[in-house]
Design a protein around this ligand. Sequence first.
Ligand code: SAM
Length: 281
Amino acid sequence: MTNWMREPLHKHYAQSLSVDNMLYDSETDHQRIKVFENGTFGRILTLDDVVQTTEGDNFVYHEMLTHVPILAHGAAKRVLIIGGGDGGMAREVLRHTSVNHVTMVEIDAGVIEFSKEYLPTLSQGAFDDTRLELVIKDGAVFMRETEQTYDVIIVDSTDPIGPGEVLFTDTFYGHAQRALTENGILVTQNGVPFMQGDELTNTLRAFKALFQDWGCYTATVPTYAGGPMAFGWGTNGAAREVTVETLEQRYADAGLSCDYYTPAVHKGAFALPGYILKLLP
Ligand code: SAM
């Protein structure tokens, strides 16, 4: 008898994933953490039964939320990750030897500790990289208090429910904008627009007030069910205008070889279908 996990993220639509082998199931002060094996996606991490990341398709999400802003910026040295407890975002950022400091602010130490043990293919040693500064704190509090500045800020949070909710507020985005360097870029995990369109509209309404260049780009992550996922984009620089030729050169100089990201996919990701364009404020 197959045991299925049904994801409760949406009111009228759900995905189910077979739980072929439950590896970890525990409650922290913040959320219910589960890791289980699935025949298609390998090991799957859920927080409060919402899929966070999987061994099988995390490359799409982590490559597109890191290499797009970092290669578009062209000279990113300091990167801030809000969330990212599984270590996959840090893994991809740290592939850039030009980056000399990564601050990762994660609210739940429990996610980091068990990710090291149960999801080592996600972090791939990122937590041992001397460039990584790990801060266990609410990202909203960190953003309010920090006096540091960053070239790229990546919000790799859960959805705007539970502890992640504070990371989708105008106040948080205002503090993030203040912490960016002159041509700095803020990118955000902004859900699947077909299912969570209001979240994207709300984020971009705040970005429109904060940035000269605001919008989103997309990629399809199979376990973020319901169609392409949107990544919020905000900057007061001209990074969006970078040519594919320049991206090709930067990609080669960085010595990257990705399974999803390419310079052409980077540029194409900003071409939005009509139903997403209609969500822009
Ligand atoms: N890829 C996933 C997605 O798109 O939903 C996100 C993965 S990552 C596991 C999400 C992380 O955000 C979790 O480790 C969670 O603990 C963290 N998180 C949630 N709320 C937070 C907050 N207010 N401050 C810092 N980290 C937070």
